[in-house]
Ligand binder design. Structure first.
Ligand code: AHM
Ligand code: MG
Length: 354
């Protein structure tokens, strides 16, 4: 019989043999995985669990929350607050950070998450997911024997500082995709056993692809380099790229990224002219950063059109960012088009903001 490796075994191995993860981080990942299992149960129940539809509340982004957004957020907080591995959490669904209450021990890590990404797909039974990012609590006054209240500023670290990142897709299969900085591993939820089993390790994204993902309905609002890149793809074999491209857009970043990790591709959610003061739709700290970490660990690339996403120094917890990620050669090309436009602003003006 084929030997199966559980998430726990994988993490213990990472801890023992590779020295990648301290005990607290291992516990943290196991707790997040357990929370995802609970979220997956609610997602699977759907109408039977009375979890579909709107919660009639708004989150900090001014978006109407779905019942499952709220449930997933609560599950993640309840699961993580008491174990002693965390100092604080931050979520797409909460305006402020959530410091671990005083009655529980405080750990070394900070956890950020989008509890249920792809909210527009919840009620229509299309794949959705949970995205998470783990940072180390910066050395603070407490270590220096000075009083320090944990605040938003402690979270404002670049994506390159992430200790771990991952997502869980609630789709035809429930899969947990994880990096602790040693490649990307995929675990599939075995529903009968209730356990996560390693089903893929060392994922590599091909450098080239003939598949792109973008919301084409926004085309008239794009900046010129994005239009140039997509138009060239659409021109197919007879155009400058000399090959045909296919398009996919699931409108759940987790599902689009999962496809790219599985068979390559490029994903773009660029800045557009609808709201010029907004750098993009996706959030840097709990959407773009964890995905960029995973994509780079699998040999792909992730930029905001100009800069490597993992190098961006965040200014605010909920800040947004333009995103281009996936197969390296395509991301490099789209990024080059932006930089060329920057170098020649008169022929191709781009807002300085993104
Ligand atoms: P959400 O976090 O509110 O669900 O928004 C993020 C999602 C991404 O998963 C997806 O790529 C994008 O929004 C889809 O946006 P659009 O509906 O504009 O195509
Ligand atoms: Mg999201």
């Amino acid at each position: 019989m084929k030997k199966r490796i559980s998430l726990t075994q994988y993490l213990v191995e990472q801890q023992r043999q590779h020295g990648h993860i301290p005990g607290q981080l291992r516990l943290l990942i196991e707790v997040v995985a357990r929370a995802c299992k609970r979220i997956s149960l609610s997602v699977n129940k759907g109408a039977l669990g009375d979890v579909l539809g709107s919660a009639d509340t708004e989150n900090v982004q001014g978006e109407v929350q779905k019942k499952l957004d709220v449930i997933a957020n609560e599950v993640l907080i309840e699961a993580n607050e008491w174990g002693g591995h965390l100092a604080a959490m931050a979520s797409e669904e909460m305006e402020d950070i959530y410091a671990v209450p005083n009655r529980f021990p405080q750990g070394e890590y900070l956890l950020l998450f989008d509890p249920l990404d792809g909210s527009s797909n919840i009620d229509v039974n299309v794949s959705i997911g949970t995205i998470f990012s783990v940072l180390k609590k910066p050395e603070t006054g407490a270590e220096r024997r000075e009083p320090h209240t944990l605040g938003e500023a402690d979270f404002l670290q670049p994506g390159s500082a992430q200790a771990a990142a991952g997502y869980c897709v609630y789709g035809p299969q429930t899969t947990l995709v994880l990096t602790v900085g040693d490649g990307v591993a995929v675990f599939t939820l075995d529903r009968e056993q209730g356990s996560w089993t390693l089903t893929q390790d060392g994922i590599r994204i091909p450098d080239d692809t003939q598949e792109f993902a973008i919301n084409m309905s926004n085309k008239r609002h794009w900046a010129a380099p994005v239009t140039r890149y997509i138009d060239e793809c659409l021109a197919g074999r007879d155009g400058p790229r000399g090959k045909d491209f296919n398009m996919r857009w699931i409108a759940s970043m987790v599902a689009d990224v999962h496809r790219i990790l599985t068979r390559g591709g490029v994903f773009l959610y660029p800045w557009d002219k609808r709201e010029p003061g907004k750098a993009g739709k996706l959030r840097l700290m709990y959407e773009a950063n964890p995905m960029a970490f995973l994509i780079e660990q699998a040999g792909g690339a992730a930029t905001d059109g100009r800069r490597r996403i993992l190098d961006i120094a965040p200014q605010r917890l909920h800040e947004r960012v333009s995103v281009v990620l996936g197969s390296k050669n395509e991301v490099d090309r789209a990024t080059r088009y932006h930089l060329e436009a920057d170098a020649n602003p008169s022929s191709n003006p781009l807002p300085p903001l993104y």
